[in-house]
Design a protein around this ligand. Sequence first.
Ligand code: GDD
Length: 333
Amino acid sequence: MPCALITGITGQDGSYLTEFLLDQGYTVHGLVRRTSSLERSNLRHLCSNPAVFGKTLHLHSADLERPITFLRILQRVNPDEIYHLAGQSHVGLSFDMAETTADSIAMGTLRILEIVREHPAPVRLFHATSSEIFGRPTVSPQDESTPLNPVNPYGAAKAFATQMIRIYREKFGLHLTNGILYNHESPRRGENFVTRKICRTAAAIKLGLATEVRLGDTSARRDWGDARDYVRGMWLSLQQPAGDDYVFATGVLHSVQEVLELAFAEVGLNWRPYVHRDERLVRPPETCTLVGDSSKVCRLGWQPATDFAALIRWMVSAELEAMSHTPRDVDPA
Ligand code: GDD
């Protein structure tokens, strides 16, 4: 039975990846921050399933700031594959929390690399990096050869970690893979990311639980995919004989306004009266848009779901469903 160890297992990607790996017959071990609440996490359905929890899914308390805990768990679990997904993941917040961001992403990844380097058994590692490493790219679309040019603390930390993966792969011959992930969404997305924020508030307005949504730049465009496709790609990339870098993207751009149009249409409302611009949420201007070229990983058999409209509709209906069962106030910030 193959065995995987996941950092950041309670997040959107960690939870979908866990489901995918369990379906593939893996035993999954996840690292959970001591402060995380499992009851509210994306794993609660698996943790409350006695056929899974403690049998094929095991959770371990660990903070990546203390590498000794990771070392002990790695030695005990001895996984075939490590999926490193943990780290502060909000670009806007990274300007307010630059040190925390750098520590969790840049140093967190380096600490894991140092431990993996000394690990006596062969292990494959997937590192979830980001299109933000390209920052203001000079080419569009971007691929694995696009130069790194980050423009925010999050992107800079990811660029460091991405480059260290490349350096350790080359220097020590380790099976290390960078997945350069463009935006990928689902109902499990964090509430402060723009698609989830919009879908959640559209549903809340429909149910009379909110009255408005405050946003930054609604003309901003992103390459948005479906998180379930991206975790399948993570696994696929680790099944290759050697580590490598792969871009995961749809190659199609949409604007924040298109998210608004689709989400509010799904609840039968016109978005315009409910949306207010908040200057505090506006980020530095983007001169070149982040859109990815995934040809390399597509040659391995990966295909993204390109139906952006279906993705947004799915997210809105999940919010309606959840709020109909447990109505609660929605924080518009
Ligand atoms: N979060 C947020 N909130 N974004 C807003 C808002 C708002 O109120 N208004 C406009 N936006 C714009 C942002 O400026 C950005 O252009 C776009 O919406 C998407 O923002 P996010 O959903 O916060 O995602 P992101 O692109 O900054 O980062 C995500 O994708 C990266 C990969 O490309 C995160 O998942 C990163 O961790 C990931 O690496």
